[in-house]
Write a protein that binds this ligand. Structure first.
Ligand SMILES: *Cc1c(COP(=O)(O)O)cnc(C)c1O
Length: 380
């Protein structure tokens, strides 16, 4: 066993109510050692390309600064966020040095702050490119820029005709550092869209000034070397979500979640539990009410179970905003007491399992968790 060190901090949002572990309803454990291991596993798949880390949405809900700091320790030099605001706060968190790319680009009026913070704007349109060039004039130095082209996802980036219209002068005052695009179907290796997008990327790259290229997200890395180019952009795989759905997960699990028992009760047969009395006891039962609900990011549709001592404790009725009732009849009387914790995400039930039960993807579960929990960082 490696030594475990704990870094504790307050949860991120101002609406957060957890100021320490004792007053929190639930505890999210984030294994930074596993994130580092996942980074090394991905890097081992790259004969040539460098490996960045996507830490948008506060590091998929796990803490962008904590994740980035851990990966800087692995030699990671490139970080991607979605919003300029995320880039600014990450820069404060990790200091100068590592490159931070703002994938959504920079909104008018935010350019100068982003330039001062040394962020790299991703230009998704000729207009964004021009605005960044004007910012370079104002701050009086060359600014790095990434260019995103749309190769067939039709979501974000310059269209092929917009790329055709670019002229060398559009890059005056700018240093082009990355040409990027995003795959729509990378998690389906046999989908012909992958190859079509790769070919479109080849064509569009040639029309841009020479610069390194990046196409692959987590799943894209697994499509093979021809998708990896100079830099890959994994997010979800770093956080332990399966980047190859339908095949065994090659990544290490990163998060676990425990919630505290508030109270237990004894119920006779035929008693309704929770909203709508969606559950009714078939026999005399014991229940425990735990401090976790859909406002914590637990999907209301994921009526599943918690575990205590390897024993499965099914949800009894609906998930409420802040509460879930468990049927704990399977446990010996008195074994589960107020203040004890039960496991919601653990080796018994992964983020991907919860996503499947809720009819969604691991990304949505992961990014939804956490702002209200007490976070414990392990193996920092
Ligand atoms: C979110 C995102 C990524 C990371 O995707 P994962 O599937 O989480 O690896 C990479 N590139 C772009 C443009 C993204 O929006």
């Amino acid at each position: 066993m490696t030594a475990i060190s704990f870094v504790r901090r307050q949860a991120v949002t101002s609406s957060s109510i957890s100021s320490d572990e004792a007053s929190a309803g639930a505890i999210l454990r984030i294994d930074l050692g596993a994130i580092r291991e996942n980074y090394r596993r991905l890097k081992a798949m790259l004969p040539r390309a460098a490996c960045s880390a996507v830490v948008k949405a506060d590091g998929y809900g796990l803490g962008a600064t904590e994740v980035a700091s851990a990966l800087i320790g692995e030699g990671c030099e490139h970080f991607f966020v979605a919003h300029a605001s995320e880039g600014l706060s990450l820069r404060t968190g990790i200091g100068d040095g590592p490159k931070i790319y703002v994938m959504n680009g920079v909104f008018p009026g935010a350019e100068d702050d982003c330039a001062q913070a040394g962020l790299i704007a991703v230009a998704n349109s000729a207009a964004q490119l021009q605005a960044w060039r004007k910012a370079a004039c104002r701050v009086g130095r060359t600014l790095p820029v990434a260019v995103q082209v749309d190769t067939g996802m039709s979501r974000l980036g310059m269209s092929p005709s917009e790329v055709d219209g670019l002229e060398p002068a559009d890059f005056y005052g700018l240093e082009p550092v990355l040409a990027m695009s995003h795959l729509a179907c990378a998690d389906e290796p046999d989908n012909p869209v992958n190859q079509i997008q790769r070919h479109a990327f080849e064509v569009l790259r040639q029309k841009l000034p020479p610069m390194p290229a990046s196409l692959a997200n987590s799943s894209g890395i697994f499509l093979g070397e021809e998708y990896q180019y100079d830099l890959v952009r994994p997010g979800v795989a770093l956080y332990g979500i399966n980047p190859v759905p339908g095949r065994p997960n090659p990544m290490r699990k990163v998060v676990s979640l425990e919630a505290k028992v508030i109270q237990t009760r004894e119920l006779e047969a035929g008693i309704g539990v929770g909203y709508g009395h969606a559950f009714r006891t078939a026999a005399a039962s014991r229940t425990a009410t735990i401090a976790l609900g859909y406002a914590d990011g637990w999907p209301r549709r994921a009526g599943t179970a918690a575990w205590f001592d390897d024993i499965r404790l099914p949800f009894a009725g609906r998930v409420s905003m802040d509460l879930i009732v468990l049927d704990i009849s399977a446990l010996p009387e008195g074994q589960l007491k107020p203040g004890d914790t039960v496991e919601l995400i653990s080796r018994h039930q992964t983020v991907d399992d919860v996503a499947e039960i809720a009819g969604t993807i691991g990304y949505e579960i992961l990014t939804g968790l956490g702002s209200r929990f007490w976070r414990v960082y392990e193996n920092a």
